[in-house]
Design a protein around this ligand. Structure first.
Ligand code: UDP
Ligand code: MG
Length: 246
């Protein structure tokens, strides 16, 4: 058995799930950074790169990287299905008991993964909190407003649900049905299932290569409609106490 087969057949402890949509120029550095920061942790891990219908040759680069790095797995969609779909496919194929999510563009740093892994010892979900955002000012302002509106309407306290850098125990996803857009509400959905959630401060870096896949319309407007659905679900959560049963 060569090293690649050995790693692939071995159940890893941690699965890192990363949606990739036209991120060609970020993938080599992403791979290097993950290796640099995961190796010292001495934990078995796999990286699931979910190519969400890229048209820029991202999958070809991932395949080339795979020949040197047995930790990498590729899931490739035929078309662009959106970030929630990419996460969902990654979660379904992930084998680790801990699932870490992050973006492919290095706005999150793999250097922070160990912080999430420390915190998840005591919680079911750990959310990264980009306390110093490195985005254009319009994004920072709109994100602050979005988080405030979201927290107020959904009676939530998460400072930064838009941060992809998160860690979950795999059982958190067991009873959750995902719909497009709901990746922004994972912590709320999981709290509704009784799981414990905490947040840790993580770094945030400017996007150097490629460009953001979102704009005001497909982020703020779409996520506001999703927020109303979450609010409705939260208010309608079934809750009962059985005091007697024969
Ligand atoms: N992404 C994806 N499918 C999409 C849109 C985005 O897989 O339809 C990926 C993208 O490649 C990146 C992550 O989701 O890895 C976050 O996207 P982006 O960086 O554009 O979002 P932002 O950081 O601007 O919120
Ligand atoms: Mg980004």
């Amino acid at each position: 058995m060569n090293m690649s087969e050995q790693t692939k057949s071995h159940k890893p402890e941690i699965s890192i799930v990363i949606p990739v949509y036209n991120e060609r120029e970020n993938l080599i550095l992403l791979d290097e950074e993950i290796t640099k920061h995961m190796q010292p942790l001495s934990k078995e891990y796999e990286v699931l790169l979910v190519d969400d219908g890229s048209t820029d040759g991202s999958s070809e680069i991932i395949r080339t990287l795979q020949s040197d790095n047995p930790h990498l797995r590729l899931i490739r969609f035929g078309h662009n299905h959106g970030q929630t779909a990419a996460f969902s496919a990654g979660f379904n194929k992930a084998r680790g008991d801990i699932i870490v999510t992050m973006d492919a563009d290095l706005q999150n740093s793999p250097a922070d993964i160990h912080l999430l892994l420390d915190a998840i010892k005591d919680y079911d979900v750990v959310c990264g909190w980009r306390h110093k955002r490195n985005d254009p000012w319009i994004r920072k302002v709109s994100s602050k407003i979005a988080n405030a509106v979201r927290n107020s309407l959904s009676e939530e306290t998460i400072a930064d649900t838009g941060c992809s850098l998160k860690a979950f125990r795999r059982e958190c996803f067991k009873n959750i049905k995902l719909y497009n857009g709901l990746h922004r509400f994972f912590p709320t959905l999981m709290k509704m299932e009784g799981f414990t959630v905490t947040q840790v401060k993580v770094g945030h870096y400017p996007r150097i290569h490629g460009h953001s896949k979102y704009n005001i319309r497909n982020r703020l407007l779409a996520s506001f409609k999703d927020l109303l659905a979450i609010r409705w679900m939260k208010k309608r959560t079934i809750n009962y106490d059985i005091v007697e049963e024969d």
